[in-house]
Design a protein around this ligand. Structure first.
Ligand SMILES: [Zn+2]
Ligand SMILES: [Zn+2]
Length: 367
C-alpha cells in the first residue's frame, strides 16, 4: 500500500482535484507502475464532460508509461525496474474473440472499462474509505497505477517514455486503424479526417504500409503542415474547401479507405462519402455515446463498407513491440507530434489546452 497524488473527477464539468489517495499493492497477475509520463487523449475529456456513462469518482488517464515498481504473484514477464507502456486493451486469451483472432474485442475489456475497474472487477485505489474508479482500467493521471500485467508492454531503455506513452492509445489507434483494420496495401489511397495524435499516427501508418495517395483533412493549417511532413501527399483545410468533393477529385472518384479520427458524426458521414463504391471507411474517433450517425443506405447497396476500430484492433503484445521497433528505427517518428509538457498540478490547464485543440501531444510528466 502506498500514498500518492492523483487527479480525481467527482462530478462532470467540474475541475479535477489533485489530492492524496491510497493505492493497494498489486495482486495476482497485476503490476504497480510508477508513472513517468501520461498523454492526455481526447477520450479522457469524455467523462469530464459527462459524455460517457460510468461510475464516479474516477481517475482519468489512459496513456501511461512508466517504470515497474512491484509485481504481484504469478507475474513472470516483468520485474521491478522494467520500463513499460500501458495499452488499454488486455486479452484473456480464452473468450470467443480472443480465440477467433480478434483480441481487441476481448469480452473482459468492455465490462472493466465501463465499470472503471481492473479486469475481473478489482479496485486498488481508495480515498477516505471510498473506492476510486479507473478510466479505461488504468487511471494514469496519478503517480502510480496498479494494472493487469496483460496491459503492460516492455519498452527498451533507449525509448523515451514521454514519447512512448502515445503507444498506450493514440499512436497505436492511428497506425492500427490503417494497418490492422483497413488492411491497406501498397499503392492504395486513403483519406484521413482529423490531424490530432490519432490522425497523424494514421498518416504515419499509411506511409509505412506503402499507401499511394495519402490525403489529410483538418481545420488547422499547422496540423496540415505536420501531416505533410509525416507523409501526407495532399492536405485539405476543411474550413476553406469541401473535403469530400476535394477527396473525390484527388482520387478520381473516391479513396480506397477513409479514416475518421475525430469522433464527430457529421465528419463520419463526410468520410463515408469520400470512398468509392468498394471502399472502406474506418471509424476510430469516439463520439459522445448518445450521438446518432445518419448515412444514405443506398451507399451500402453499392458495396461500401463502414466499420469501427477499438484502439486500432491492436494485438497488444504483438503490435506494440513492433511499433516500438519502428520508432527506434526512425520509421515511426512519434516525437514529431508537437508536444507540450505539464505537471500533474496543472492537469486542468492541460485538459483545457487539449479541448481547445491547441496542442497535439499534451503530456503530463512526473519527474
Ligand atoms: Zn485514448
Ligand atoms: Zn478474451
Amino acid at each position: 500500500m502506498k500514498k500518492m497524488k492523483a487527479a480525481v473527477l467527482y462530478e462532470p464539468n467540474t475541475p479535477l482535484r489533485v489530492e492524496e489517495v491510497t493505492i493497494d499493492d498489486p495482486q495476482e497477475g497485476e503490476v504497480m507502475v510508477r508513472i513517468v509520463a501520461t498523454g492526455i487523449c481526447h477520450s479522457d475529456l469524455m467523462p469530464l464532460k459527462g459524455q460517457v456513462p460510468g461510475p464516479l469518482p474516477l481517475v482519468p488517464g489512459h496513456e501511461g508509461a512508466g517504470v515497474v515498481e512491484k509485481v504481484g504473484r504469478g507475474v513472470t514477464g516483468l520485474k521491478a525496474g522494467d520500463h513499460v507502456v500501458l495499452p488499454v486493451i488486455f486479452n484473456c486469451g480464452r473468450c470467443r474473440y480472443c480465440v477467433e483472432g480478434q483480441p481487441a474485442l476481448c469480452s473482459e475489456v468492455l465490462p472493466a472499462h465501463l465499470m472503471g475497474t481492473l479486469p475481473g472487477g478489482g479496485r486498488r485505489l481508495h480515498r477516505g474509505g471510498q473506492d476510486l474508479h479507473l478510466f479505461y482500467s488504468q487511471g494514469s493521471f496519478a503517480e502510480y497505477v496498479v494494472v493487469s500485467e496483460r496491459t503492460a508492454v516492455k519498452v527498451p531503455r533507449e525509448a523515451p517514455l514521454d514519447v512512448m506513452c502515445l503507444l498506450s492509445c493514440r499512436a497505436t489507434t492511428g497506425v492500427g486503424s490503417v494497418v490492422n483494420r483497413a488492411g491497406l496495401r501498397a499503392g492504395e489511397s486513403i483519406v484521413i479526417y482529423g490531424c490530432g495524435g490519432v490522425g497523424l499516427s494514421a498518416v504515419m501508418g499509411a506511409r509505412l504500409a506503402g499507401a499511394g495517395k495519402i490525403i489529410a483533412v483538418d481545420l488547422l493549417d499547422g496540423r496540415l503542415d505536420l501531416a505533410r511532413e509525416l507523409g501526407a501527399d495532399f492536405v485539405i483545410n476543411a474550413s476553406r474547401e469541401d473535403p469530400k468533393q476535394r477527396a473525390l477529385e484527388i482520387t478520381g472518384g473516391g479513396a480506397d479507405y477513409a479514416i475518421e479520427s475525430i469522433g464527430n458524426v457529421a465528419v463520419m458521414a463526410q468520410a463515408f462519402g469520400s470512398i468509392h463504391s468498394a471502399g472502406t471507411c474506418v471509424l476510430v474517433g469516439a463520439a459522445p455515446m448518445a450521438d446518432v450517425l445518419s448515412l444514405f443506405p443506398f451507399e451500402f447497396l453499392l458495396g461500401k463498407t463502414m466499420k469501427g476500430s477499438l484502439l486500432g484492433n491492436v494485438r497488444t503484445m504483438l503490435d506494440v513491440p513492433r511499433y516500438i521497433d519502428l520508432y527506434l528505427q526512425g520509421r515511426l517518428p512519434l516525437e514529431k507530434l508537437t508536444a507540450e509538457y505539464f505537471t500533474l498540478d496543472r492537469v486542468n490547464e492541460a485538459i483545457a489546452a487539449v479541448d481547445r485543440g491547441e496542442v497535439i501531444r499534451a503530456v503530463i510528466r512526473f519527474d
